[in-house]
Each structure stands twice: as C-alpha cells, then as structure tokens.
Design a protein around this ligand. Structure first.
Ligand code: AMP
Length: 436
C-alpha cells in the first residue's frame, strides 16, 4: 500500500515524497481514509507513530477539495498541549501543504502576541494553537473561529492532564456545531472517554499497536544504583560509552536545572528545557541538541512531550516518572522510525514501586544491571520521592502497582510535578511566561 493508493492529491504526494516517506505507517493507513470520508475519528496513537501526517494530510486534502470561501478564514483548528508540539505540527502542516495554496500559522503563549495577531489578520486556513493563547486572542476578538470545519485535538490526554479542559470547553462553545472532529490520545482514561462521548459523533475508532508492546527496537535496561550516585553513574556511562546525543529525563524542573549544571561542570555539555524556560531558550537548546552541538538535553516530561528528534540514540531516565505511562512516552523518543535506540533508567531503592508499576504496564521485566564501581548499598532504606514542589510523596513502598496507581490518580491534578501548575497560574491573569 502506498500513499497514492490512499487517494491523496498529487500536491500532497509530492510533499510526502520530498519528506522521504515511501510507505504509510499503520496509523496513516487507517486514519487517512477515515478522515477523507469526513466523519469523526477517535484514534489511540502516540508520538512516533506518524500520527501527525495521519491527520494533517487528509485535513489539507479536505480543505483543498472543499469550496473556497471568498475571504480566507480559519477552517481547520489543531489544538496541542505544548508549544513544542504546536511548533512541530505547524511545521508538518507547512511541509505537507507546500504545494497547495492554503495558509497556516502556529500560535502559543510565552512569546509576543502581535506577530500572531498580524498573521491571523492576514488570513489563514489552518490554525495550530495551544489552548491558552488561542482563548486569549479569541477573547480579544483577534480570531474568528465561527467557520471552523475541522477540529483536531492532538495529545488530548496530555491536554487534560495539564488542566486545559476548561479552556477546551470554552473553545468548543465558539466553534460551529457542524464540523469534523478528530481526537488523538495516547491513553483512554475515563476523562478522555467522557470528552470523546461529548465531542464525537459516531466516530471511526483507530488503535495502533502501542509502543509499549512494540518497542522491540528499543533496548531497555535498568541500572540499580544509590540515589546519591546517580549523577556520577550518568557521567560515567556517557563518557565510558561515548554517547553523543543523550536525552535525560528528570522529574522536576529544579532537578533538570541542577543536573544540567552538574554535567556541564564535568565537561559534558548539557542544557535543561522545561516550562519555566523562555521559548527562545527552549528553541535554542533543542536546535543545538538536534544538530549534535549539544551532547545532553535534560528535560521534564511535559517539556519533552512531542519533541521530534529523529533517530535519537539514547534516552536516560535519571529518575523514573511518577506515572507509568510517561515511561512509555519517554522511551518513545528513541528507536523511532525504524532506528535502534537505547533507553536506560537509573533506579534507586526509593523507586522500586514505580519500577514494578512500569513493568506491569509494559508487560515485561526489564533487564537489571549493576555497573562495577556503582554497586548499590543492599541496606539502603527507601525515602519518599520528591514531587517537585518541595514536598515529598510516597513511592518507595513495596506494593509497587498500588502506589503507582495512587500516584497516577493524584497526578491527575499535578502531573509532571511542578509544571502542571502552569495552566492554573494563567487564570489569575495574562502572564506572558505561561506554559502554553
Ligand atoms: P509523529 O508520530 O507524527 O510525531 O511522527 C514521528 C516521526 O515519523 C516523524 O519524524 C515523521 O517525520 C516520521 N514519519 C511520519 N510518517 C512517516 C512515514 N510514512 N514513513 C517514515 N517516517 C514517517
């Protein structure tokens, strides 16, 4: 099966070819015909599966095929949880649509709004946005959403986790009733099902194999190590194995900053990205990392969500995530699009409960290693895990799965540690430095 078998227009086929794609991925095989038919869609797919092209290509085709309004207006709206994802989706829309005459733009918070207002005023067919900034601009009457024909909610689960449900509901209220809705989510929590129930009309359902069951391209291993020796072990592994491009996950923004500083002091060039960093600092760090100028990028889960770094060879969990599914998102950064990757996790005695929860989710035991010189103290006592707000919560208990579930629930309100507060800050007023 090729892209042309899916009934895509020549302009889109040329753009796909220019990207070097020859065969549609499983999600593209299913989503493209479903979206072209015009009905609603509920798709379970994670980053790395090719989902962006899966909705962008048929969306552009429908816009290009449909009747042109006399005045250019927003006919497709794509909502994403983070700035980075919005920027990436925006790039895909521009890449795939380069031979069409449609215009698109990306808007998100944390940067000046005037260029965004100017772009909207000049006329757009496709708008890619994070919910907060979109609402701001709508409230200021800079954007008209009354002609939207296609709505895409990308990474809807993450939008809900980040507290965007109220913003999303407000946006839905200003859209026309009759429209096509596409909802993409990595997980199907009760909240997602409730949203899908309200939003979607008899949707086509698509589920592609999750990376947690198909991550055979990723070589995963656990290094058991004492909490205090993690940093030295990480520096040792990077140097010893000559890892040149390493994405390291920490649980908190503070932890990301501290680790990046410490690695830099050990002559391992490292930078941190998280929700408190300015957009230009994040873009700069990501660009340097992508080109290979920066050896280590330290990120929190929310900041890293949606990062598209092709063929990333190494992902390190400096700390295990509080929510088992984030482990799958994290290692989904590596071994992408057919390339092999390595994912290692540094696990101390506090995290045994979290590890059990992850192994249960991915339905396999991970290989445990001990690096000579970094043997963990067999008598070390577990300590509660820092949750990112200076407080500590449980996580080292022996009833791993249960701790994991409880933490996962609590994380509904505070997922991603301190970063989940970003949307809440916004309600107090218009802060220029908010997450999205
Ligand atoms: P996504 O899941 O949309 O973030 O896409 C993950 C990666 O797969 C991106 O780097 C895309 O450029 C790439 N990709 C998307 N579709 C294909 C395809 N049909 N063949 C090869 N790579 C693809």
């Amino acid at each position: 099966m090729t892209f042309s078998d899916l009934g895509l227009r020549a302009e889109l086929l040329r753009a796909v070819e220019a990207q070097g794609y020859t065969t549609p991925t499983p999600i593209q095989l299913k989503a493209i015909p479903a979206v072209l038919e015009g009905g609603d869609l509920l798709a379970s797919a994670q980053t790395g599966t090719g989902k962006t092209a899966g909705f962008t290509l048929p969306m552009l085709q429908r816009l290009a095929d449909g009747p042109r309004p006399t005045k250019r207006q927003v006919r497709a709206l794509v909502l994403t949880p983070t700035r980075e994802l919005a920027a990436q989706v925006g790039e895909s829309v521009a890449d795939y649509g380069r031979h069409l005459t449609l215009k698109s733009h990306v808007i998100f918070g944390g940067v000046g709004q005037q260029p965004q207002v100017d772009a909207i005023r000049a006329g757009l067919d496709v708008l890619v946005a994070t919910p907060g900034r979109l609402l701001d601009l709508h409230q200021q009457k800079h954007v008209d959403l009354s002609k939207v024909e296609i709505l895409v909610l990308d990474e809807a689960d993450r939008m809900l986790d980040m507290g965007f449900i109220h913003d999303i509901k407000k946006i839905l209220r200003v859209l026309p009733e009759k429209r096509q809705n596409l909802l993409f989510s990595a997980t199907f929590s009760n909240e997602i099902q409730a949203l899908a129930g309200k939003l979607l009309d008899d949707p086509a359902m698509i589920e592609v194999a999750r990376r947690n069951t198909t991550a055979e391209l990723v070589d995963q291993a656990i290094y058991r190590v004492d909490r205090e020796k993690k940093r030295d072990l990480l520096a040792h592994l990077i140097t010893e194995h000559d890892w040149q491009q390493v994405l390291v996950f920490t649980r908190t923004k503070h932890g990301a900053n501290r680790l990046a500083e410490q690695l830099s002091k050990q002559d391992i060039p490292a930078m941190a990205i998280h929700g408190n960093k300015s957009q230009s600092a994040r873009t700069k760090a990501l660009a340097a990392f992508k080109t290979g100028d920066l050896q280590v990028l330290v990120a929190t889960d929310i900041a890293a969500r949606g990062l598209d770094i092709e063929e990333l060879p190494h992902v390190v969990n400096f700390e295990l995530p509080n929510v088992a599914e984030d482990y799958v998102h994290r290692i989904g950064r590596t071994g992408r699009a057919g390339s092999e990757g390595k994912a290692v996790s540094l696990v101390c005695v506090d995290e045994h409960g979290l590890l059990k929860g992850i192994e249960r989710l991915i339905k396999r035991d991970l290989e445990k290693r001990i690096e000579p010189g970094f043997e963990p103290d067999p008598n070390a006592k577990p300590e509660p895990i820092e949750n990112g707000r200076g407080k500590r919560s449980g996580g080292g208990g022996r009833n791993g799965g249960q701790d994991q579930r409880r933490q996962g629930q609590a994380a509904g309100q505070r997922r991603g540690g301190d970063e989940a507060r970003a949307p809440r800050r916004r309600r107090g007023g218009r802060s220029g430095s908010r997450q999205a």
